[in-house]
Design a protein around this ligand. Structure first.
Ligand SMILES: [Cu+2]
Length: 169
């Protein structure tokens, strides 16, 4: 009887410790807390990020939220600027949410990856004034896209290289 009371106390104590650890441990920022900056949600589904390419505003603190939809599968997001890691979410088993908060970023391309599944790679295009969200492929045509055919067969007027010369008189 005495023994049972003590094990009960131990159980209560370990529960309290677990709650404490969850409150101030390495669980990362609360994905649902308010955040003064831009928030971008990246799903992990079928071992793929969605969207694979996202945009986010430059010069604004950015919170990336990992929405892991893969039940029973653990994912994370590690964000890189070149070779330098800027931050990471904790690893979370799906379904579940985890977040990482990044400082204001300069315009550029930032890669993110899952350390558990090396094939899971995505890119955040940080652009001035860009909304936080999936990148619209219609707005970023491939560089070799053909120019629009205007239907005009008229040749462009030849460049007159002499017109810049000062007129003498
Ligand atoms: Cu993963």
């Amino acid at each position: 009887m005495h023994r049972r009371a003590r094990s009960c106390l131990l159980a209560a104590l370990s529960l309290a410790l677990a709650v404490l650890a969850a409150g101030c441990g390495d669980t990362g920022p609360d994905p649902l807390a308010s955040f003064t900056g831009a928030s971008l949600t990246i799903q992990a589904r079928d071992l793929t990020y969605a969207p694979v390419i996202a945009t986010a505003p430059a010069n604004t603190p950015l919170r990336l939220i990992l929405d892991n939809k893969d039940a029973g599968v653990a994912h994370n997001i590690h964000v890189f600027q070149g070779e330098t890691e800027l931050g990471n979410t904790r690893t979370i088993e799906g379904p579940g949410l985890a977040a990482v908060e990044l400082p204001a970023l300069a315009p550029g391309r930032y890669q993110f990856a899952c350390t558990i599944h090396p094939e899971m790679i995505g890119t955040v295009l940080v652009q001035i004034g860009a909304p936080a969200g999936p990148s619209d492929p219609a707005e970023t045509p491939p560089p070799d896209a053909p120019s629009l055919d205007t239907g005009s067969d008229a040749p462009a007027p030849p460049a007159d290289t002499s017109s810049d010369a000062p007129a003498g008189s």
